[in-house]
Design a protein. Structure first.
Length: 594
């Protein structure tokens, strides 16, 4: 293949150099941030020899190439003068909120359960039991600026403890009391605007963003012998009053405008808002833009004491679970039935990735029926004025947080969405080809692909990446790793290594092309937490160490650690997958030339 020609064709079809803001590549994809995606000729790009597919996700226009992506990117970058830049906004929001979403959701459910216990008379708000449990449920959200300060500082590469101290100052009890009191407070004769920062989002994010510019300047100004003391000292001397005088009030005003704007739109057309969010939420999830709503929802709860969007999103989540149930009841494919059955349960609990990527999106019609049912159910929930009193992941578990105004509307909306999606999918959504599983003729001569890492085997279709889950990159297997060392599953040669170190391309002595990929979107770590032990064109044998990765650190950074092994030239082989559920030094794939 002529990679220069392919690069030239792709560059022209995405709208040329003038239409590109940013571009880079990971292990399999060219990633663009385009000025105008409408100028990109997607159908023509997908038709190019060497292009697997095109994906639009997280504000990025992604051209999936496969193992040869670096060979295409080099001439493309040279022709366009491109630099590797991150998709800053969505990536930043995602990285800031992801590490503590589970804790936030859990504490939100606790607050909802307490509201339920009070409503049915099992607990009294004045009791010690209630007060202790309420503190457990409310503390995380009350001190939210501190958690945001730590995660934002990590992403912006500034001192996390200085950022935490800055957030702590905003919440300091005596200062917080004065700020919300009637007596005015001044700093060097300048009046400080009274406001409260507990549960707020935007003020601390703006403050840490400014800190990311101040800290490097101070580091340059001070000698390294005194830098570790003076930089934090001066940072706090400047940033705490600056935040209280300017940044905080500005951020609070922005948050108030956002919350008021959402509430105004909702008050004018609640049915329409519910229908749009109920139908489109899972589409937003697929393309990664759902992260932009998280600060708005958390800010609504902090500013207004409630949020309108969360109940609608639960309807959207349960509609996907309903469509998956329809597939489970109708299909006769044992593998699909097993996958759909487990995905129904995880969907009800708020985890829709297995349902979407493994079932509904894969079969197409179930996903469409789920969006239709979600829109109808969302309109019911929105029109009834349903609202959430605490932030938690949209799911059946979140119902207690919707107690109060419009509660029955969200219950009815969820039931309608779940049942309608299941019924439509059962009767019209399962293609006849999946009703019976065809037997695959396999050659008697097979090459075994061994386990490259120990862990739990999961279907590739369940991973949280559409390109891998859909099989667009090829057939393969996924593993939730229980070890940090990746070894070669075949005897062959290393044909691709990447600066990000998160993936390796191999080719066996018999021509089998394999991509080993650690985690989802871990390219954004830029090699952090990875150590590679092989180089380009190196010969390897089964069991040779390829790389070591720090599972805990990668997960703490907010990334899914699921490992994927993909046969990228699968069209040339008959492939059998192991029936084991865990790796024990066993083979995972058996392949034979067609």
């Amino acid at each position: 293949m002529n990679y220069e020609t392919l690069a030239k064709d792709i560059l022209g079809l995405v709208g040329g150099k003038a239409n590109i803001n940013e571009a880079w590549h990971c292990a399999t994809r060219l990633r663009f941030k385009l000025k105008d995606e409408n100028k990109a000729q997607t159908a023509e790009i997908e038709a190019l020899p060497g292009v697997v597919t095109v994906v639009k996700s997280a504000g990025q226009y992604q051209v999936v190439i496969g193992n040869s992506v670096a060979k295409v990117f080099e001439p493309l970058a040279a022709a366009a003068g491109l630099e590797h830049l991150d998709n800053r906004f969505i990536s930043f929001i995602s990285s800031v909120f992801t590490p503590f979403l589970g804790a936030m959701a859990g504490t939100g459910v606790l607050k909802g359960l307490l509201a339920l216990l009070v409503a049915i008379g099992w607990l009294d708000k004045t009791s010690g039991t209630y007060q202790i449990w309420y503190a457990a449920g409310d503390a995380f959200f009350f001190f939210l600026p501190i958690w945001l300060a730590f995660t934002a500082a990590k992403q912006l590469k500034v001192n996390q403890y200085v950022a935490g101290a800055l957030a702590g100052a905003l919440l300091y009890p005596s200062l917080a009391t004065v700020l919300t009191g009637t007596k005015p407070l001044d700093f060097l004769g300048i009046r400080v605007i009274g406001t409260t920062y507990s549960s707020s989002v935007i003020p601390i994010l703006l403050a840490v963003w400014l800190l990311s510019y101040l800290q490097p300047a101070l580091d340059r100004a001070f000698h390294e012998s005194i830098r570790n003391i003076l930089t934090p000292l001066v940072s706090l001397l400047i940033m705490v009053p600056l935040t209280l005088l300017v940044v905080g009030p500005l951020g609070t005003s922005v948050g108030t405008v956002l919350s008021s704007g959402v509430e105004s739109i909702y008050n004018v057309a609640s049915y329409v808002a519910g229908a749009v969010m109920g139908a489109m939420w899972q589409v937003f999830v697929i393309f990664g833009v759902h992260w932009t709503f998280v600060p708005v929802m958390t800010n609504n709860i902090g500013q207004l004491g409630h949020d309108y969007m969360l109940p609608m999103l639960s309807v959207a989540v349960l509609s996907q679970a309903g469509a998956t149930l329809g597939v489970f009841l109708k299909t006769k494919d044992k593998k699909m039935k097993a996958l759909a059955g487990s995905a129904v349960l995880t969907g009800i609990l708020g985890i829709t990735e297995p349902a979407i990527y493994g079932v509904t999106l894969k079969l197409k019609k179930p996903f469409i029926f789920a969006t239709i049912a979600g829109g109808i159910g969302g309109a019911i929930a929105g029109g009834g004025g349903a609202q959430a009193s605490a932030f938690t992941l949209p799911s059946l578990l979140a119902l207690p947080t919707y107690l109060g105004k419009g509660f029955m509307s969200v219950v009815v909306g969820i039931i309608v969405a779940f049942v309608l999606a299941a019924v439509l999918t059962y009767w019209f959504g399962v293609p006849s080809a999946s009703l019976e599983k065809a037997t695959q003729k396999v050659s008697s001569v097979e090459e075994e692909v061994m386990a490259p890492v120990s862990g739990t085997i999961v279907p590739l279709s369940t991973v949280k990446d559409e390109v891998f889950a859909s099989g667009a990159m090829g057939r393969g297997i996924a593993i939730v790793p229980e070890a940090d060392t990746l070894v070669s599953p075949i005897k062959g040669k290393v044909v691709a290594v990447y600066p990000s170190k998160h993936a390796i391309g191999l080719i066996s002595d018999d021509g089998l092309e394999i991509l080993l990929h650690v985690g989802i979107d871990t390219v954004q770590l830029n090699g952090e937490h990875f150590e590679q032990f092989v180089k380009q064109d190196q010969q390897v044998d089964v069991g040779d160490k390829l790389l070591v990765f720090d599972r805990e650190a990668i997960q703490s950074a907010g990334y899914d650690i699921t490992f994927m092994m993909i046969i990228t030239n699968a069209e040339n082989y008959n492939i059998r997958e192991t029936e084991d559920t865990a790796t024990n030094g066993n083979w995972l794939l058996a392949v034979a030339p067609q």
